[in-house]
Design a protein around this ligand. Structure first.
Ligand SMILES: [Fe+2]
Length: 245
């Protein structure tokens, strides 16, 4: 399948078991996030209610209407992991990839690859936030511009990983989370309190140089102070790289 071939979500195919799994995951995570998620994430989640609710798996057509009306984003249904160039190309066009399958009930806390709960509940709400959405799009644009530069792509993947996937934020109410890998995972929320976990201030050059292993649990996180700060940093990176050309 190519990035431009949007396949629909077969909503009527979700089983009673899927509804049950979605409810278990969404109720547990909504309760856990009340205390730990940044207010922007919680506000966005609320803005998407009842499209995202524990009562039913989210209907992508309804979600797309909300996302499109807010900042022009939509969901691109994909069968699994995409090549990085296609992924960045979609982001640059304000499309976020999602799978449509849901984990089984005996897999609530274990995932080999992202399912719809991770992709939608974890990632999608913040595309209702203007600064976050613009950051993601600009990241995608840089990915398209430098798609043949292996080193820069690696750096952009790290930037993505330590923000969109595992980002945390210092706020007046204390340290909060916004990364989808944390927002969609009960285990990750608890893991942040592990005594060996290191949370350091977000310094762009450190993030760009920080290696990560997808299959391993995070021991280091980078804390931003706000979403506008993220946007300013991608802007700075853009200018820096443009000046090198
Ligand atoms: Fe993700």
């Amino acid at each position: 399948m190519t990035a431009s071939a949007t396949s629909p979500q077969n909503y009527s195919a979700y089983t009673k078991q899927d509804y049950r799994v979605w409810r278990l995951l969404a109720e547990r995570q909504m309760a856990a996030l009340k205390k730990v998620a940044c207010k922007e994430y919680l506000e966005c989640l609320e803005a998407l209610y009842p499209v995202i609710s524990p009562d039913h798996p989210p209907k992508f057509t309804a979600l797309n209407r909300k996302l499109m009306a807010a900042h022009g984003w939509s969901i691109e249904v994909v069968p699994g992991f995409l090549p990085v160039d296609e992924f960045f190309e979609l982001l640059s066009r304000k499309r976020f990839c999602s799978s449509t399958w849901l984990r089984r009930e005996d897999q609530l806390d274990y995932l080999e690859e992202p399912d719809m709960f991770h992709d939608i509940f974890g990632h999608i709400p913040l595309y209702m936030n203007a600064d976050y959405a613009e950051f993601a799009q600009r990241l995608g644009e840089l990915g398209v511009r430098y798609q043949h530069d292996e080193e820069k792509i690696k750096q952009l993947q790290r930037l993505y990983w330590f923000t969109i996937e595992f980002g945390v934020m210092n706020t007046p109410e204390g340290r909060k989370v916004y990364g989808a890998g944390i927002c969609s995972s009960y285990g990750e929320v608890k893991h942040l309190n592990h005594p060996d976990v290191e949370i350091v201030p977000f310094v762009m050059d450190e993030v760009l140089a920080q290696e990560f292993i997808i299959s391993e649990v995070q021991m280091k996180y980078f804390a931003i102070d706000s979403f506008p700060q993220l946007f300013a940093m991608v802007d700075e990176l853009d200018q820096r790289w443009s000046a090198q050309e």
